[in-house]
Write a protein of this length. Structure first.
Ligand code: MG
Ligand code: MG
Length: 262
């Protein structure tokens, strides 16, 4: 078990820097998402991420992290997370493309993910994307001052399971700040009114990973790519969110642009 003593609370000044990191990440992820199209090799998205970060003075957070070989994780269809960009992997019409991206800017990390439908996808795929996006929104809405972390986990799980989908157990969200992964772990399943109190200064990367079939995952031979065990589709949405006295503040929302940075 973790201790609440290990949760790093951010000062107002630190939150201001995290807001900047989040703005850069939101812009970059939007550029990547807009670039997804049939015929594109996933490696092109990695090149684009590196160039866009460099332009904004940010460093990729994932490149070299525990040996990960790229700046962005690109996971297609039954791949849950940690897909490695490749020149051989070509995006096709009907694919689900999950982009997971992180950056480091002026000492602070930001982490966000989005799943994009390529052209016309199945009704199940569309619903999976909508439910996963809504589960993230529900989790964020459950961040009430004085509430508990389990409220977030529960809200996500309820949304997903009510839709007949399942929550990945093996991977969870996390605290974030001067390190990419900090305490506390943020599970996408759990009990309301349990876990640490949500207090101002906490910053969480909330990231439901949702499978259309069963929750079980397995890792492919590359040692990274996690896929659904039953071959069903998977989607992933993530935001970096600060707890404030007024409620949650999404640091990686797309509306946050350069104008917010000072
Ligand atoms: Mg991420
Ligand atoms: Mg994350």
């Amino acid at each position: 078990m973790f201790s609440t003593k290990t949760i790093e609370l951010k000062s107002v000044a630190e939150l201001s820097l995290m807001r900047q990191a989040g703005g850069i990440l939101a812009e970059t992820l939007a550029v990547l998402a807009a670039a997804v199209r049939p015929g594109l090799a996933t490696l092109e998205l990695d090149r684009l991420a590196a160039a866009e970060f460099a332009r904004r003075g940010a460093q990729p957070a994932f490149l070299g992290y525990r040996g990960f070989p790229a700046s962005v994780c690109v996971s297609l269809n039954d791949e849950i997370i940690h897909g490695i960009p490749s020149a051989q992997r070509i995006i096709r019409e009907g694919d689900l493309v999950s982009l997971d991206l992180g950056c480091l800017y002026r000492g602070f990390y930001s982490d966000s993910a989005v799943t994009v439908a390529v052209g016309v996808v199945s009704a199940e795929a569309s619903r999976l994307i909508a439910v996963t996006r809504q589960a993230l929104a529900d989790g964020i809405a459950a961040m009430r001052p004085g509430g508990r972390l389990g409220d977030v986990s529960r809200a996500i799980q309820e949304r997903v399971e009510a839709a007949g989908f399942s929550v990945v157990r093996e991977f969870v969200g996390h605290g974030i700040g001067r390190a990419l992964h900090e305490d506390p772990p943020v599970a996408n399943f759990g009990q309301a009114q349990t876990g640490p109190r949500l207090v101002p200064g906490m910053v969480l990367a909330i990231e439901p990973m949702v499978n259309a079939g069963g929750w079980e995952a397995r890792t492919q031979q590359d040692g990274w790519t996690s896929v659904t065990k039953d071959g069903s589709l998977s989607a992933h949405f993530e935001h970096t969110v600060a707890m404030t006295a007024q409620g949650p503040e999404v640091l990686t929302s797309r509306g946050r642009s350069a104008a917010d940075r000072s």
